[in-house]
Design a protein around this ligand. Structure first.
Ligand code: NYM
Ligand code: MG
Length: 215
């Protein structure tokens, strides 16, 4: 008798601007996936718990200044140091929910003026999500959600450019078909339903396809 391997896990990325409600929706999504029988792990990027993550945290909190190219590569290195554990989990049947991923990595650096292709280069080869949920929120709605935090990038002008860059990146044909845009400007439960609608596409895709790599 041969044992049947469990179906692979699904790789789901949640992206969007600061204050779009990503972390809330990630928590709700993890719960819902668990209720429908998935084993799930949440992976936040940047992951500030590693050695590289400590450097990133000190940059974001303005405790240190780091050159634009250097911090860009550190954000990417933070994904590479965790890529193996993501692949291992997916292969073992664990679904991984990413709270931000390489898309944030590219757009936040490109919004500072770094070349888009330069920014995307170091991400090639990372595990490619089966689906990306983009939580979209316009500047006006975001402003109603209260003041920005204290971290770097949390100013309206940067957020506006980042939103533009995200729009451009959603048109990048190398990731074509991966994106689902959700209007995040509604009540939490309504947004959660919309997120679930996009995630179901990823579940369906993962049933018939191997985990891909960013190309
Ligand atoms: N950020 C996040 C980047 O600039 N590059 C990256 O690769 C990633 C993953 O860090 N403003 C930015 C976006 C956010 C900030 O993220 C911290 P969070 O989700 O607030 O911890
Ligand atoms: Mg933040």
């Amino acid at each position: 008798e041969t044992a049947t391997a469990p179906p692979r896990g699904i790789l789901i990325a949640i992206e969007g601007l600061d204050r779009a409600g990503k972390s809330t929706q990630c928590a709700l999504l993890v719960e819902r996936l668990q209720q429908s029988g998935h084993k799930v792990r949440l992976q936040k990027f940047p992951d500030r718990t590693t050695t590289i993550g400590t450097l990133i945290n000190s940059y974001l909190t303005s405790a240190t200044d780091i050159d634009d190219h250097t911090i860009h590569l550190l954000f990417s290195a933070n994904r590479w140091e965790l890529a193996h554990s993501i692949r291992t989990d997916i292969a073992a049947g664990v679904t991984v929910v990413l709270d931000r991923y390489m898309y944030s990595g590219v757009v936040f650096s490109a919004a500072k003026g770094l070349d888009y292709e330069y920014c995307r280069g170091p991400e090639v080869g990372l595990p490619r999500p089966d689906v990306i949920v983009f939580m979209d929120l316009d500047e006006g709605e975001a402003a109603k959600r209260g003041g920005f935090g204290e971290e770097r990038y949390e100013v309206p002008e940067v957020q506006r450019r980042v939103r533009e860059m995200f729009r451009m990146m959603r048109g990048d044909e190398r990731d074509a078909g991966d994106w689902g845009v959700v209007d995040a400007g509604a009540e939490v439960g309504v947004v959660a339903e919309r997120v679930w609608g996009v995630v179901e596409r990823g579940v369906e895709f993962a049933r018939g396809n191997e985990l891909r790599s960013i190309q």
